[in-house]
Design a protein around this ligand. Structure first.
Ligand code: PEP
Ligand code: MN
Length: 457
């Protein structure tokens, strides 16, 4: 490590690291581009395009995550399993923002804690796959790896990896970011405008009353404070929103890794908060090599097969200085595995005194297929894993500091159960995901309210 003691904050630069050093390691889940010149051309172009986020936003998020590690904030991270280029559309984006904002209001009010809002969007375009190929009716083609890489249609042309898609992904991410920033600046989240907070089509839901009570109580509190101080409270529309995506396609991430004036080191400026997926979290692999060197806060998905020894090696590789806010561990065990696998991991990180933010992803360990051929998740399992995670942390003397969810602001029918008790037959009505099943608007709000009840004991 080389200590550098100039600049706003002295930092230790990682040794033997460069944005391209991942090429030395085994890179899983990467496409094989058929045309090396086309890849080089797309990489050169992408490296010139402006970044999507700034280093000061990234460092602000890192400070907030450091506070979450100390129990002074709660992280809400959510969005689609994978965005698609076609879904870069105003209604879908604003509905997704709305459900995340409404959930965060419920969490802030119920937990009495500020919430760090992080969207799984504006760049969540690449997907790890369990198999490299897919066979239908005797025909075998490359798997669909997300719109950043190829297209979902089952034709040879659609499945061919195309590096130009990285340029398109950057543009769609920029458009999404631009719209999200405008909505935030325009008062979309202003607590003085409760009409933005209505529950739209779920108004008749059994949950609507509880939600309305919370919104009314917040309105009362704002008016009370304004009466006390004799003036209007500003900044109530200044809600911050951060972006995240799985840093999977390393050519893309590398080209958006930049140095910025008056800051040491390198930042991934394609997103505030990149994460490493479960399938690419090998400590010797290319994804860990790449992410260890950027100054962003980063997260890693931790599945049931990870051992305490492996986990500590990962923590050492990704946060050797034990820097506050740097590392988030997202456990995704499954309802039936969480009790057996989580406690020993919590225990070893606690024993080693390592600083991490623990977050629960109750979605990815609970995926199943129905008899009628849908990939789905049961609300009861999602809720059950989350409840169990809160209890396991409490027993271990650690803290569950956030949740990571796959959700949408639309009235889809992809997950079973919830207040409306969606059944397998309902799945056919509005199943839209091309990848993993998401909580719909109502199921998402229900989960937020259940988290608050659980935390309240
Ligand atoms: C995901 O978040 O969509 C995903 C694939 O998760 P995991 O890496 O935890 O399987
Ligand atoms: Mn997913």
């Amino acid at each position: 490590m080389n200590a550098k003691d100039v600049g706003p904050q002295p930092v230790m630069l990682p040794e033997n690291w460069a944005p391209s050093s991942w090429h030395r390691c085994t890179a899983l889940q990467q496409p094989t581009y058929p045309d090396a010149d086309a890849l080089a051309q797309a990489r050169a172009e992408l490296s010139q395009l402006p970044p999507l986020v700034t280093s000061w936003e990234i460092l602000s998020l890192k400070r907030q995550l450091a506070e979450a590690q100390e129990g002074r904030r709660f992280l809400l991270q959510g969005g689609d399993c994978a965005e698609s280029f076609a879904d870069c559309e105003s209604g879908l984006i604003s509905n997704r923002l709305k459900v995340l904002l409404q959930m965060s209001v419920v969490l802030v009010h119920g937990m009495r804690l500020p919430v760090v809002r992080v969207g799984r969007f504006a760049g969540q375009y690449a997907k790890p796959r369990s198999a490299d190929t897919e066979t239908r009716d005797g025909i075998t083609l490359s798997s669909y790896r997300g719109d950043l890489i190829n297209a979902p249609a089952f034709t040879e042309a659609a499945r061919l990896p195309d590096p130009r898609r990285m340029i398109e992904g950057h543009s769609r991410s920029a458009m999404t970011m631009n719209f999200v920033r405008s909505l935030m600046d325009g008062g979309f989240a202003d607590l003085h405008h409760p009409e933005y907070w209505d529950l739209a089509w779920v108004a008749h839901s059994p949950l609507a009353q509880e939600y309305q009570r919370r919104v009314d109580a917040i309105g009362d509190a704002v008016r009370f404070m304004e009466t006390l101080s004799g003036e209007s409270i500003h900044n109530l529309n200044r809600v911050e929103f951060f972006t995240s995506h799985e840093a999977l396609l390393l050519h893309y991430e590398e080209c958006l890794t930049r140095q910025v004036p008056r800051q040491w080191g390198w930042f991934n400026l394609s997103t505030h908060f990149p994460w490493i997926g479960m399938r690419t979290a090998d400590v010797d692999g290319a994804h860990v090599e790449y992410l260890r060197g950027v100054r962003n806060p980063i997260a890693v998905k931790i599945g049931p097969s990870v051992t305490p020894e492996q986990l500590i090696r990962l923590v050492d590789a990704l946060n050797p200085q034990d820097e506050p806010g740097r590392l988030t561990l997202i456990h995704r065990m499954g309802r039936d595995k969480v009790e057996a696998h989580l406690p020993k991991l919590l225990e070893c990180v606690r024993r080693e005194g390592r600083r991490v933010l623990w977050v629960a992803d109750p979605m990815h360990g609970n995926t199943e297929s129905t008899g009628n051929g849908y990939k789905t998740r049961r609300f009861e399992n999602i809720r059950g894993e989350l409840d169990a995670a809160f209890d396991i942390h409490a027993a271990a003397g650690t803290r569950l500091g956030g949740v990571h969810l796959e959700l949408t602001g639309e009235d889809v029918t992809e997950c079973l159960g919830g207040a409306r008790e969606l059944t397998e037959v309902d799945l056919a009505r509005a199943y839209r995901s091309t990848v993993d099943p998401r909580l719909n608007y109502e199921q998402s709000m229900e989960l937020a309210m259940l988290i608050v009840r659980k935390r309240a004991g």
